[in-house]
Design a protein around this ligand. Structure first.
Ligand SMILES: Nc1ncnc2c1ncn2[C@@H]1O[C@H](COP(=O)(O)OP(=O)(O)OP(=O)(O)O)[C@@H](O)[C@H]1O
Ligand SMILES: [Mg+2]
Length: 473
């Protein structure tokens, strides 16, 4: 159950901010920037065209006025009829029109007669005399309305190679009126059409439009990349924090599990300890008595004593693990600890044909430590080494100084060694490969070393041997 919780914590999918940011925001940024640039450039285009329309109306009024003043009026004063088909009159009218539009960017000026929608005069000579060129705008102008139409062929697509040329023509139709005092009602005599060619302006506008779109796309993409970079960094930081939190949660989980396990083990061990003591002392008495009355059976009592002694050791180990002590720190020398353990275990080593060599640094600095606890840690490591060398072997103990005041203790054996999958578990409580082991030895060693702010590590190779390294800084 707890393992499952740990797995769930480890497998929790991190929230990827950058993923959301990439797709949605890129789409939004691109669409908005294109839409915005289209709106801006279309608005500019409209403004330019409207201004030109207004200008053309004013110009057409001016041309109409000039035509009346300089062409119609002189003829009327001479009492001559207007007949533009007469080359002399045509020339006169042409002169008036051209002087009124001289220097202005005008494509053509056409004057329609009042009757029959016929072209009476045009700066484009082919049009002169043709009928029905003016269409419905002519009709509306005859009714007194000023009309303007746009002949546009120009979008962004026209910029593509091979597409049609951009063209833009403004046609303005206004009524040509008689002026006061000849006609108080200002009767309509005909219609003037002025055509302005704005193709170049429209082309420039469309280029501007494409430029606006490309620049805004470039700016937006740059902005997007910068934001994405920031978000990606934020994501990495969030992910690192989440990983750290997961690690702490797992550690906490583990610590809580150990704490509850420890409480249980402590109470069970405590309850076993006293009856066990009584069983052992009773067996010792029994052994003495049996020696007198039935010496052939006295080994039975010996078995009880030996086994209760072993059980007592296990219970003590349990208690050590379940109730880790706070170290009582004094200045101690690891060399002294090693010497004492060596002396204590010397007879056992000799019995098992194990030779112990040591190289202890004479200038080893003292460290703040709990002598008894470190003694126990060394002993657990040495007992394991001994058990790893059933047929005898050698143990090598070394102390040395690292850096300014770092102290290192190494204990190596040439026993059976360990496979990598075993190495990763040896410090876990209750992990053992032995029939009669409890698997608490190294868990206790680790607790002791860590309570001294030390670090313990191991290197081992199957069939070669094992080396434990303990460092205090
Ligand atoms: N020097 C060593 N050489 C080979 N294997 C070792 C050595 N030290 C430890 N191990 C392996 O690590 C395991 C765990 O050791 P640990 O001391 O924690 O428990 P244990 O010795 O099995 O039982 P106990 O609680 O009685 O010490 C051992 O069972 C053994 O497989
Ligand atoms: Mg052990």
């Amino acid at each position: 159950m707890e393992k499952k919780v740990v797995e769930d914590i480890v497998n929790l999918k991190p929230f990827r901010l950058v993923k959301f940011f990439s797709f949605t925001s890129l789409a939004v940024i691109l669409i908005t920037s294109i839409a915005l640039s289209l709106i801006i450039s279309n608005y500019t285009k409209d403004v330019v065209l409207e201004r030109n329309e207004a200008y053309l109306f004013v110009l057409a009024e001016k041309v109409g006025h000039q035509v009346f003043q300089e062409f119609v009026l002189p003829l009327a004063l001479q009492n001559r009829p207007i007949a533009v088909e007469d080359p002399r009159q045509f020339k006169q009218l042409d002169k008036v029109v051209r002087s009124a539009t001289a220097g202005l960017n005008i494509h053509s000026v056409t004057i329609y007669s009042k009757k029959e929608n016929q072209v009476a005069y045009s700066t484009i000579s082919e049009l002169v005399g043709r009928k029905d060129v003016g269409e419905k705008e002519y009709e509306r102008a005859l009714q007194g309305e000023s009309v303007s139409i746009r002949n546009l062929d120009g979008t962004l697509l026209n910029l593509l190679p091979g597409s049609r040329e951009i063209s833009c023509q403004l046609h303005t139709f206004i009524p040509l009126r008689m002026e006061k005092p000849f006609s108080p009602t200002r009767d309509v005599m005909g219609v003037i059409e002025i055509v302005q060619d704005l193709s170049d302006d429209l082309e420039a506008l469309i280029h501007l439009q494409s430029w606006i779109i490309f620049t805004s796309l470039a700016v937006m993409s740059g902005l997007f990349l910068a934001l994405r970079f920031i978000v990606a960094r934020a994501d990495r930081i969030i992910e690192a924090r989440a990983a750290e939190r997961r690690r702490l949660e797992i550690k906490l989980n583990h610590a809580e599990r150990l704490a509850s396990l420890g409480k249980m083990v402590a109470s069970v061990s405590h309850e076993i300890k006293n009856p066990l003591g009584i069983v052992r002392s009773t067996a010792e008495i029994l052994k003495k008595r049996l020696a007198k009355i039935a010496p052939e059976n006295s080994h039975l009592a010996e078995i009880i004593v030996a086994e209760t002694t072993r059980l007592d050791g296990i219970v003590r180990e349990f208690l050590d693990f379940a109730r880790p002590q706070q170290p009582k720190l004094t200045d101690i020398s690891l060399n002294v600890v090693v010497e004492k353990v060596k002396v204590f275990m010397g007879p056992e080593f000799a019995r098992r044909k194990i030779s112990v060599m040591s190289s202890l640094a004479p200038d080893l600095p003292m460290i703040p430590g709990d002598f008894d606890m470190l003694y126990r840690a060394c002993m657990n490591i040495l007992v394991n080494a001994m058990q790893a060398m059933e047929k005898g072997g050698s143990i090598y103990i070394r102390t040395r100084v690292v850096g300014k005041s770092g102290v290192v203790l190494e204990i190596a054996d040439n026993g059976e060694g360990m496979a990598p999958e075993i190495i990763s578990q040896i410090f876990n409580p209750f992990f053992t490969s032995k029939n009669r082991g409890t698997g608490l030895g190294l868990a206790i060693v680790k607790n002791i070393i860590e309570s001294h702010n030390g670090v313990i590590s191991v290197e081992s190779e199957r069939g070669e041997g094992t080396e434990f390294k303990i460092e205090f800084h």
